[in-house]
Write a protein that binds this ligand. Structure first.
Ligand code: AGP
Length: 622
């Protein structure tokens, strides 16, 4: 979704702002812009497409604007503050006019915004009736005009800014500049993430701490309903009512190196390759061998002990992980578990029985649908825990309790290492809840042993990536793919198909293998390869049966099989072996070749792997 970056201090230059929003590129965007302030003037740049350098050439100010802020021509020698934005279009096409920042009629106020203003149409109509002139189709543009209007009656700019925030309905993370206080950035948050950075001579703001780490590791997470005023030498935080709030400075746990590509051609490949380490990190310090269980510091034992049902809420890849979680919790802990899409939970009429534990799974911790589901669950009175990657994210904080997956920053839009780390954490949760409900010590220890072998096994799969690359090249021109699996491998089939369509734009479907004969088998023909997930010991023969059915209809089969399964290798056109593990843990390994397959197919087709079309890394709007 949209990315926000702002800076107050001596280095307020276009390059600094651009470097900031480039760190947010992975979130997905279609246009971008920035505004710098100095000497009672604002300087505006807005562009469509890739973030590039501001070369000093005049940039079209929005022509219909009555008094546009100046373009980047004849700027004063030093700027005092700036804001920058990457936009992912919601209201209005990706055009220069719709790119942020947006300005008021007088060109004295510039605003960037992440989220959606739901009452924008009513506000726009009311402002137009008072003579305000709009130049874009966006919901955001109402904000500078609203502040401009309120400045007529409010005592000062901060008061007008806060008063405007209170009139907005919807979700927002906002940063604004006012020409008359050129060294100050005004910020507010309601429903979209905002984090402040405190550096030596400067104060910063961003929608993601990844944009701040070149400047500082000291950050402050704003909560919903809070605002901040940033100066080069510090900041004030207030509620939207204007009451001062004191906030705690926290340390960002990751370094600059973590968010750079480190020699890999794409973040996605780097993140696939990091999985041995990220799986290890998800396990670190959480295995209690003496008791054959797991230790999960962020969740009270009592909460887990008294849960009689679980309801997992998530979206996308995290939903697929949640589906594996359902099988894990039901098999290992015998807890009835349901999985809902965040959006369905929110707008459906979920029945939560007493003692249902709602588990929100989200890499970013910012997915609007999942966050809304958590809020709904809390309203209904359920206990909620989060399984998140991003520390201090909205879902993590809304749940209050939870388990971090510690996968490190995931930059590639296609989620990879977060998925396997989510599965590791769900496995730990299931064994822990299982041990509380009669799972034997022996079974617990067997499971933990298998978990501890995973990092080395993942390493082995990643090492053999060239084999997957060869297979990918062979099938890269196909227009459709099927992925089939059963039980633990059904979610893997969904995830394999999701990865392929996201980054290669090939149509792909994940199918429950037994369901093939109820319809999808009609799609089989020589040009439609099927990836058969056959690595679970218990149902391997059933997958052999599926393979025969596909071959009998002249379909091509790419098998993912347990090492040593020569029978499968003889049948399939291509086979990728994965090391043996317990069936419930198979998806953690078998998904890795599917991620690699999607990656190499996309590369072969010349797709922009890390920034696939139409997609955003974290979907912070409904
Ligand atoms: C994954 O490859 C996707 N880009 C997407 O489905 C993602 O998993 C989904 O938007 C949920 O994100 P979250 O885990 O950050 O909540």
């Amino acid at each position: 979704m949209c990315g926000i970056f702002g800076y107050a201090g001596p280095e307020a230059r276009a390059e600094v702002l651009i470097e900031g929003i480039k760190r947010l590129e992975y979130r997905g965007y279609d246009s971008w812009g920035l505004c710098l302030a100095a000497e009672d003037r604002l300087f505006l740049v807005r562009r469509v497409g890739r973030i590039g350098a501001v070369d000093g050439s005049p940039v079209n100010p929005p022509s219909a604007m009555q008094n546009p802020p100046s373009a980047m021509q004849n700027p004063p020698p030093a700027m005092q503050s700036g804001i920058a934005h990457t936009r992912w279009a919601t209201h209005g096409a990706p055009t220069e006019a719709n790119a942020h920042p947006h300005a008021d009629c007088a060109g004295r106020i510039a605003v960037i915004h992440n989220g959606i203003i739901e009452n924008h149409a009513a506000l726009r109509a009311s402002l137009q009736s008072k003579g305000h002139h709009f130049t874009s189709e966006t919901d955001t543009e109402v904000i500078p005009h609203l502040i401009e209007e309120l400045l007529k009656t409010e005592p000062d700019f901060p008061a007008a800014f806060l008063a405007a925030m209170k009139l907005l309905v919807g979700a927002y993370g906002i940063a604004a500049l006012w020409a008359e206080s050129p060294d100050t950035v005004y910020v507010a948050r309601h429903g979209s993430p905002i984090v402040l950075g405190v550096a030596k001579n400067s104060t910063l703001v961003a929608s993601d701490p990844a944009a701040l780490v070149t400047h500082t590791r000291d950050v402050i997470y704003l909560d919903d309903g809070e605002a901040a005023i940033l100066h080069p030498d510090g900041f004030e935080t207030r509620t939207l009512e204007g009451a001062p709030v004191s906030k705690q400075v926290q340390q960002v746990a990751f370094s600059l190196q973590d968010i750079e590509r480190g020699g890999f051609p794409h973040f996605m490949l780097k993140e696939i390759a990091e999985q041995p380490e990220s799986i290890r990190n998800a396990l670190r310090g959480r295995i209690v061998r003496s008791e054959g269980t797991a230790k999960l510091g962020g969740v009270e034992e009592d909460l887990l002990r008294k849960a009689r049902r679980c309801h997992i809420v998530a979206s996308g890849t995290s939903w697929n992980a949640g589906l594996v979680g359902k099988y894990l919790l039901e098999n290992l802990a015998r807890i009835p578990t349901q999985v809902s899409f965040g959006a369905e939970f929110r707008y459906g009429d979920p029945v939560l029985e007493p003692d249902t534990l709602v588990i929100a799974v989200s890499q970013s911790g910012e997915t609007a649908d999942t966050l809304a589901a958590v809020r709904e669950a809390k309203l209904i009175g359920a206990e909620t825990i989060g399984i998140c990657n991003v520390f201090g994210s909205s879902i993590a904080r809304e749940c209050g309790k939870g388990i971090y997956i510690h996968a490190g920053p995931e930059i590639g839009v296609a989620s990879t290492k977060a998925f396997t780390s989510q599965l590791v954490v769900l496995s730990l949760l299931a064994v822990h809840m299982g041990r509380m409900r009669g799972m034997s010590l022996r079974a617990g220890l067997l499971f933990l042993d298998a978990l501890e072998r995973l990092p080395a096994q993942a390493e082995q799969i990643v090492r053999e990536k060239e084999k997957v690359a060869q297979i990918a090249r062979k099938y890269a021109s196909c227009r459709d793919f099927l992925f089939v699996g059963r039980l633990y491998e059904y979610p893997t089939a969904l995830e394999g198909a999701l990865k392929l369509k996201e980054i290669s734009y090939i149509h792909a479907e994940g199918v429950q293998a037994a369901e093939m004969k109820h319809g999808p088998i009609a799609l089989i023909e020589p040009g439609v390869p099927t990836v058969v997930l056959a690595a679970q010991a218990e149902i391997r023969d059933k997958m052999l049966g599926n393979t025969h059915e596909i071959l009998a209809r002249s379909g091509k089969v790419i098998a993912v099989a347990r090492e040593g399964d020569e029978e499968m290798a003889k049948l399939a056109h291509d086979t990728i072996f994965i090391p043996k593990t317990l069936d419930p843990l198979v998806p953690i390994l078998s998904v890795i070749p599917l991620q690699l397959l999607a990656y190499f197919v996309a590369v072969e087709r010349g797709c922009d792997v890390d920034k696939p079309r139409n997609l955003a890394k974290s979907v912070t709007v409904e």
